[in-house]
Design a protein. Structure first.
Length: 450
């Protein structure tokens, strides 16, 4: 059991947390033809756009209701209606994710009523999927905002009555609800692992085909290109099982099971040997196929890497800062190789963090993280690009992971799950220690030496 230390100050200094609207925006980027619409000021949307453009180095489709002082005081329903009707004119827009911000949540807007009233008077919206999601940025974090958006998609797009079951001649299907902490590179590897067991994965949302960093036929599109097809939500009943990754997706998974009757299999994360073994055994059981030799070889390579990096990792310290599911994934991998989580700072607290193997978890910011390592700096700081300056002040290495990575090209391609992802992560950490000279022991000098 971990000891949870709650916030003890009235402000954040160098925050760890990314807001709920950012997580919901990320979720809608993985839906083909979708565009997130932030109900708030233009500044909120501009910040979110810059956040993701710097991370992915790709154009990010995003729109705003552009609330000003007058609409904030008198009500912004007209702004919502005008924005949705404007987007509806573009036939490429298939879905709109209407997301609230702190401004409109404090105002008390009922976006679900606004969307329902708008549909009554505009028949041209019948073809358009509009999903309203409450994502106040004064509570929760990126992971919870992402989960709220996925839950809303299932609520609005998955029919309550089961569709006809698949026939045996079809390729077996597997539903996957990934957490926000999985990158497009992670999802690409996960889908490949599902494929070697002869199954086809429906990932909700699917960033592996949307923000993986590829040149398509269209140089710029006003909507998400790639991702899961909105029509696929009506076929989720036909899957053999649903794989749920991360605790943040539990509400979405429960709703999906209620709507479809498809059983869920929960994994807290996919980082490390034990977690990947669980995934492989699940795929083996649900597919009825033997474990491929290729995966057995990958497992052997990871075991060899654990031996090779043992002397550079074991009994050393790391400091981590991020969202709960992301922290639990890293904690599992570090625990397997003997790296001690010296300082852990979480954006928000969860019951799973309280039950984790971490000794102490501080709910706070990067100022709190720096205070906890001031006496004895760790070998590695693990987290997003905001940790770079902090690590530099303490002469430690940085292992980049999470959002945003604005000083690192290819953040969307980073893969840290599965046997191969864990193997490369261990090599990265060991090499960082080697090049920092942290693996060298001080030579023994006798007190009798001249």
């Amino acid at each position: 059991m971990a000891r949870i230390i709650k916030r003890n100050k009235a402000l954040s200094v160098n925050p760890v947390k990314s807001s709920q609207p950012l997580g919901a925006i990320l979720a809608f980027q993985g839906v083909s033809g979708a565009i997130p619409l932030l109900h708030g000021s233009q500044g909120c949307t501009a910040f979110a756009k810059v956040f993701f453009v710097r991370h992915f180095n790709e154009p990010i489709p995003l729109q705003t209701t552009a609330m000003d002082q007058i609409s904030t005081v008198q009500g912004g329903d007209g702004n919502v209606e005008q924005a949705i009707l404007h987007l509806a004119k573009d036939r490429r827009v298939r879905a709109i994710g209407l997301l609230t911000t702190g401004l409109t949540e404090v105002q008390g807007v009922d976006i679900h009523r606004v969307v329902a009233d708008l549909r009554k008077g505009h028949s041209e919206l019948a073809r358009l999927r509009v999903v309203a999601v409450n994502t106040p940025d004064f509570t929760g974090c990126l992971e919870s905002g992402h989960a709220a958006a996925v839950t809303a998609m299932i609520r609005d797009w998955v029919p309550a009555s089961p569709a006809p079951r698949r026939v045996e001649s079809e390729t077996p299907r597997l539903n996957i609800l990934p957490g926000a902490h999985l990158t497009p590179g992670d999802l690409d590897l996960l889908k490949a692992m599902v494929a070697v067991f002869g199954m086809e994965a429906t990932v909700i949302p699917d960033l592996a085909t949307a923000l993986d960093g590829h040149l398509g036929a269209e140089r710029h599109a006003p909507v998400a290109v790639g991702g899961v097809d909105p029509e696929d939500f009506a076929r989720l009943h036909q899957a053999k099982a649903t794989l749920v990754i991360g605790h943040a997706q539990e509400s979405a998974a429960a709703l999906l099971r209620e709507r479809t009757g498809v059983s869920n299999f929960h994994l807290p994360g996919l980082m490390g040997l034990a977690a990947t073994d669980q995934l492989v055994m699940f795929l083996h059981a649900v597919s009825g196929r033997p474990v491929p030799i290729s995966l057995e070889r990958q497992r052997g390579r990871l075991l060899d890497a654990m031996l090779d990096t043992h002397f550079y990792l074991n009994n050393r310290d790391a400091a981590l800062a991020g969202d709960p599911d992301w922290l639990l994934g890293w904690g599992a991998l570090l625990g397997e190789v003997g790296v001690h989580a010296q300082a852990v700072v979480a954006s928000v607290g969860t019951s799973q963090l309280a039950e984790s193997r971490f000794e102490t978890v501080k709910i706070g910011d990067l100022e709190d993280l720096e205070e906890r390592v001031a006496a004895e700096p760790p070998q590695w700081f693990i987290g997003n690009s905001h940790l770079v300056d902090l690590a530099g002040r303490h002469g430690a290495s940085v292992i980049r992971s999470g959002y945003p990575l604005f000083d690192w090209l290819g953040g969307q391609a980073l893969c840290r799950i599965g046997y191969e992802g864990a193997r490369q992560t261990l090599f990265e950490m060991a090499n960082a220690a080697v090049h920092a000279g942290q693996h060298r022991r001080q030579p023994y000098r006798s007190r009798y030496a001249a």
